[in-house]
Write a protein that binds this ligand. Structure first.
Ligand code: PHE
Length: 332
């Protein structure tokens, strides 16, 4: 049920690779908190751990197979590091960090990739609201310097109240961290008396802002021209483009039935094209009866070489064939 392209990411653990920008960032966050960090928790977890234990309701959209990779009926590739909260609390830990790879079926563009990394913190303490915001503000100042940051109300089933921290980046507010006060029912179920906070940060987002890294696929490159830029001094490194190859753009149109899930199509494109695909956009939609004609524009671009038209035609043909076979669509 999990495509090889995704399965092969398990165990790579970019956050544990010395000198990698994601490793550098998580070290920096660790330097701020001085809390024990679990950085090797296995990403295949039970549905119970990923959803139920966190009070995520049975009909919540994030549980759908169109959003989450299921490895079997009762297990998923974790969609967030929060999946380990309850087990670690049950084992007796009361203040800790967790860092790991998380998996989601998502859009395809320069800031979304089906695997990314989160760093999560949790602490049982008194006056958690004050302590949480003091820490979040302190942390963001510590890693982002003078960048403008704001806090907005948010919602997570497992925290109440909940907030989102955002950073102003090129005139846009980017969400960088979800957080909140641990839901009292979670603690009650564990027979823990007291209160506490939790937060989760997306590492790629912050690293892209800090180093001006233009495409999220770059983190996965084994190319020294990328890695060497961060190896020694990572504090104020601005990423230098080392090669820019031309894009190759192809459109694909097909008729869909109401059962069509866009994220399933994106996932299929990743499976066939791997890192060669840079961006996918729905550029046209036309509905007639119970059928909808969709047109997608797929931009292909390699990070390290120039693509040939023949090669991409082949990829495009494979996508077409697989979509017809697996997605109940009709090519126009
Ligand atoms: N798990 C949430 C997410 O992935 C982030 C979060 C962690 C929110 C901890 C609140 C507390 O979006």
């Amino acid at each position: 049920m999990v495509p090889d392209f995704i399965r092969n990411k398990i165990g790579i653990n970019l956050h544990n690779k010395k000198g990698h920008p994601l490793y550098n960032l998580r070290k920096k966050i660790q330097d701020y908190f001085h809390m024990y960090t679990f950085d090797n928790l296995y990403p295949v977890v039970s549905v119970e751990d990923n959803f139920d234990s966190l009070l995520i309701p049975p009909d919540h959209p994030s549980r759908r197979t169109s959003d989450t990779f299921y490895t079997d009926d009762t297990h998923v590739l974790r969609t967030h590091t929060s999946a380990h909260q309850v087990n670690l609390l049950r084992k007796g830990y009361r203040s800790f960090l967790m860092c790991g790879d998380v998996y989601r079926k998502d859009e395809i563009d320069s800031t979304h990739y089906p695997v990314f990394h989160q760093l999560e913190g949790l602490k049982i303490c008194r006056s958690p609201i004050m302590d949480l915001h003091k820490n979040m503000e302190g942390l963001l100042k510590f890693i982002m310097g003078d960048a403008e940051v704001r806090k907005v109300n948010s919602y997570f089933p497992f925290t109440n109240p909940s907030w989102e921290y955002e950073v102003l980046w090129q005139n846009r507010w980017l969400e960088i961290a979800g957080c909140g006060i641990i839901h009292p029912d979670i603690l009650k179920n564990l027979k823990i008396e007291g209160t506490g906070w939790a937060f989760g940060i997306g590492l790629e987002r912050i690293a892209m802002v800090l180093h001006q890294i233009p495409d999220i696929r770059l983190f996965w490159l084994k190319d020294e021209r990328f890695l060497n830029q961060f190896k020694n001094n990572y504090e104020h490194v601005i990423f230098k483009e080392f090669s820019s190859h031309p894009p190759c753009t192809k459109d694909i149109s097909f008729w869909t039935k109401p059962d069509f899930q866009q994220t399933e199509f994106f996932s299929l494109i990743r499976e066939v094209a791997g890192d060669l695909v840079e961006d996918v956009k729905n550029i046209d939609t036309f509905t007639k009866g119970d059928k909808t004609l969709l047109c997608f524009r797929i931009v292909y671009r390699s990070m390290d070489r120039t693509l040939t038209n023949e090669e991409i035609n082949e990829v495009q043909e494979k996508i077409r064939k697989m979509a017809v076979k697996n997605l109940n669509i009709e090519i126009r």
